[in-house]
Design a protein. Structure first.
Length: 238
């Protein structure tokens, strides 16, 4: 990979509530394509996205994010009490678009996620899956250089999941670097070129998707991928 990575985390450590959560975490996210961040519950995937987005400051280590606009789609979406269209328009307020351009982009974004007919409806009354699609429409409308996605299809039905996956793939083809947190390994295989496996706040393995999913080297990655639950061995030992 010759281009500068979109994100480079080097030896990042962070304690929260007195507990170490990230432990000298090292991660490279290439400037192009989709990188998936996988690993067991509580491994620190969401915290890592928050560190990258500047919402959490690490105790030590270096965080480098290449310049450019970024968009973050959270596991639970924060929407304002206004129409779906207003929620997208608000995100575009700082881009300096003309009123007409903004209106067109909002309409295109809503249509792209199958919500064109709901533009005037109150966003906070949308179902969980509709809110998630709206959050993605908002991210798409921003044309970000970097897109951070935290389990973006966790509450979506199969049709909506396909819409979101198409949109993410299209953004990646268009030059957006995507970092995707997902437990859906089929989705990871469909979308990602690169996979990093996180375990207890550290990257235990990173490489091409095929290698990581089908021939993982580390016992931690193998255990996660085969669905071995760590607490069953704790229970057996006690
Ligand atoms: N603000 C906080 N204060 C204290 N602990 C926190 C805070 N935020 C996260 N944690 C802890 O950090 C650990 C990692 O959380 P994180 O949400 O990053 O996990 P994850 O890998 O995304 O897991 P999941 O797959 O369940 O979403 C968890 O044990 C969580 O309880």
């Amino acid at each position: 990979m010759s281009a500068e990575p979109a994100i480079r985390l080097d030896g990042v450590s962070l304690a929260l509530g007195g507990r170490p959560i990230l432990d000298r975490l090292t991660l490279d996210v290439p400037a192009r394509g989709v990188t998936a961040l996988i690993g067991p519950n509580g491994a620190g995937k969401s915290v890592t996205l928050r560190v990258i987005d500047g919402l959490l400051r690490p105790d030590s280590g270096a965080v480098r994010v290449s310049p450019g606009r970024s968009a973050f789609v959270f596991q639970r979406t924060a929407l304002v009490r206004a129409s779906a269209a207003a929620n997208v328009a608000l995100a575009l307020a700082s881009l300096g678009l003309s009123r007409r351009e903004r209106g067109e982009r909002v309409a295109a974004a809503l249509a792209r996620v199958g919500l064109g007919h709901r533009a005037g409806d109150a966003a906070t009354r949308f179902s969980g899956g509709e809110q998630q699609r709206l959050a993605l429409a908002r991210a798409w409308a921003l044309r970000p250089a970097l897109l951070l996605l935290d389990e973006p299809t966790a509450s979506l039905d199969p049709g909506a999941t396909a819409i979101v996956e198409d949109l993410v793939a299209e953004m990646a083809r268009g030059g957006t670097a995507v970092l995707l947190v997902s437990h859906n390994l089929g989705q990871v295989a469909r979308l990602a070129e690169t996979v990093a496996v996180l375990e207890a706040g550290r990257t235990v393995e990173q490489g091409p998707t095929r290698t990581i999913l089908f021939s993982p080297r580390t016992p931690e990655a193998r255990a996660y991928l085969t669905g071995e639950l760590p607490w069953t061995s704790f229970a057996a030992a006690s």
